[in-house]
Design a protein around this ligand. Structure first.
Ligand SMILES: C[S@@+](CC[C@H](N)C(=O)[O-])C[C@H]1O[C@@H](n2cnc3c(N)ncnc32)[C@H](O)[C@@H]1O
Length: 401
C-alpha cells in the first residue's frame, strides 16, 4: 500500500544534496515541502540554514504524516492545495501513472485532467506535482524536486516541458538509479520561476549541455557521434508514418478474436515475437488468435507487409520486416509515406536498424532514462542517404542525392 501511494522515502544524502541546491537568498523565506510525510526536506533545510524561515508541509495521507514541531502542516491533497505563494519548494513527489494502483479513482483522475494544463495522455502524478509547484512559486522562487527521468523524453510530458520552458529556467541533474531497490532512473530538477533556458548535468557536478533558448524539446544527452548522424541522415519520420499496434482491450473485444488455435487463425504477435531481423510467427505469446485474412479489420495496415520496430527494449532498437502481414498487439508499425522501398533496400534498412551504429546512436542520446523507444525518438532516428539511394519518389520533402 505504501508504494502504491507513492510513499518512497528519499535517501538522506540525496535530501542533503537537494537542500544544498535551494541556496536561500534571504531570511524569512516561505519554504514548502509537498507530499511531506516525515518532512525530511524541511528538517534538513532547517539544519543547514537555521530556523529563520516559515516552514510548511502538505501531506494527503494521515498515516504517512510525522512532522517536526516547527512545521505548519496541512493534511490535504497537494494537487488541490490553495496556499502560497512560496519562495522555495522542495519535494520527492509521488509518482505512478494515475489509475494504475496509486489510489486515484476515475472521477479524481478526470478532475486532475481538467485542472492541469500539462496533463496529457498517460500522464503521471509527478508531472501534476511539478505544474502545481510551479504555479505556487513566487516570482524568482526556486523549486527543487527529485522525479523519474521519463519527463525528459517521453511524449506524454511534452506539454510539461513546454510549460517549464515558458515559466522559467531549468537545471537538470541526471542521477540514474538513485533509489536503492528501485529500477526507476531519477533526475533532480532545479527550476527558477521567471528564469530561462536549460542546463543538463551528469550527477551534481559534470555540466553536459547548456541551451539558453530551450523551448521545451526532449532533453537528450549531447552525444557528438549521434548528433553528427542526425545532421547527415534523413529522419525516419520523413519516410515513414509511425503507427502503434491495436491495444489489448480492442483486440479482446473484437468478435473475431479467439483464445485457441483453429482453421485460418494465426497467433496475434507481441513484442516477444519480434527478434532482430526476423519474426517468430509460431509462438502464441499473446494467447490470442485472429483470422489471418481479416487482420486488416483490426488495423488496415496489418493487411500489408511492413516494417515493425520494438517499443520497450531497454536501450535497444529491434526491427524486422513482417512479410506475412500478421495481426499484432504491440510495437510500432512503419508505413511508407511515398513509394515503398524495394525489397533489397528494405533488407538493408532492417539490418541498419538492428546494427551497432543505431544502437550507439540511441544509447548515446537517451542512455537508460526510460526503457522505451518513443514515437518521437523513432521519428528523429537518422537514416543514411546512401542506404536509401534517395530518389524524390521515396523522400516526400524532395531531398535527394
Ligand atoms: C515519495 S514520498 C516522499 C515522502 C517524503 N517527503 C520524503 O521525501 O521522504 C511522497 C509522499 O507524498 C504523499 N502524497 C501522495 N499523494 C499526495 C497528494 N495528492 N497530496 C499530498 N501528498 C501526497 C505520500 O503519502 C508520500 O508521503
Amino acid at each position: 500500500m505504501r508504494r502504491a501511494r507513492g510513499q518512497v522515502p528519499t535517501p538522506p544524502e540525496l535530501v542533503a544534496r537537494m537542500v544544498a541546491l535551494a541556496r536561500p537568498w534571504a531570511g524569512g523565506l516561505r519554504v514548502l515541502e509537498p507530499g511531506c510525510g516525515r518532512c525530511p526536506f524541511l528538517r534538513a533545510f532547517r539544519e543547514a540554514y537555521g530556523a529563520g524561515f516559515r516552514f510548511v508541509g502538505v501531506e494527503r495521507f494521515p498515516e504517512a504524516l510525522d512532522p517536526p514541531p516547527f512545521a505548519e502542516v496541512h493534511l490535504a491533497d497537494f494537487l488541490g492545495f490553495q496556499g502560497g505563494p512560496f519562495d522555495l519548494i522542495l519535494a520527492n513527489p509521488p509518482y505512478g501513472a494515475p489509475g494504475a494502483g496509486i489510489g486515484l479513482g476515475e472521477a479524481e483522475r478526470r478532475a486532475y485532467r481538467k485542472r492541469f494544463a500539462t496533463w496529457y495522455g498517460r500522464y503521471n502524478l509527478y508531472g501534476a506535482f511539478l505544474e502545481q509547484g510551479v504555479r505556487l512559486l513566487a516570482p524568482g522562487g526556486v523549486l527543487v524536486y527529485v522525479v523519474p527521468a521519463g519527463w525528459m523524453v517521453l511524449d506524454e510530458f511534452r506539454r510539461l516541458r513546454r510549460f517549464l520552458a515558458l515559466e522559467g529556467g531549468l537545471e537538470v541533474f541526471y542521477l540514474g538509479r538513485a533509489f536503492p531497490g528501485l529500477k526507476v532512473r531519477a533526475t533532480v530538477v532545479r527550476f527558477t520561476k521567471g528564469g530561462r533556458g536549460l542546463k543538463l548535468y551528469q550527477g551534481f557536478e559534470e555540466e553536459l549541455w547548456v541551451d539558453p533558448d530551450w523551448q521545451g524539446g526532449m532533453v537528450r544527452f549531447p552525444h557528438p557521434k549521434a548528433l553528427a548522424l542526425e545532421r547527415e541522415g534523413v529522419p525516419l519520420g520523413e519516410l515513414f508514418e509511425i503507427r502503434f499496434a491495436a491495444r489489448s482491450p480492442e483486440l479482446k473485444r473484437h468478435p473475431l478474436t479467439r483464445t485457441a488455435p483453429g482453421p485460418g487463425l494465426v497467433p496475434v504477435l507481441t513484442g516477444r515475437n519480434l527478434k532482430p531481423g526476423h519474426i517468430d510467427y509460431e509462438t502464441p505469446y499473446s494467447g490470442l488468435f485472429f483470422p489471418k485474412e481479416r487482420a486488416g479489420l483490426l488495423k488496415p495496415f496489418y493487411a500489408r507487409p511492413h516494417l515493425v520496430v520494438g517499443h520497450t527494449r531497454h536501450g535497444k532498437v529491434v526491427a524486422a520486416f513482417d512479410e506475412r502481414a500478421y495481426p499484432w498487439r504491440e510495437e510500432f508499425h512503419l508505413l511508407p509515406k511515398g513509394t515503398p522501398l524495394p525489397e533489397r533496400r528494405m533488407a538493408a534498412l532492417v539490418e541498419y536498424l538492428n546494427g551497432p551504429e543505431v544502437q550507439g546512436y540511441y544509447q548515446g542520446l537517451y542512455r537508460d532514462a526510460v526503457p522505451h523507444l518513443t514515437r518521437s525518438m523513432l521519428e528523429r532516428l537518422p537514416l543514411p542517404r546512401d542506404l536509401l539511394l534517395l530518389r524524390k519518389s521515396v523522400c516526400p520533402n524532395g531531398q535527394s542525392d
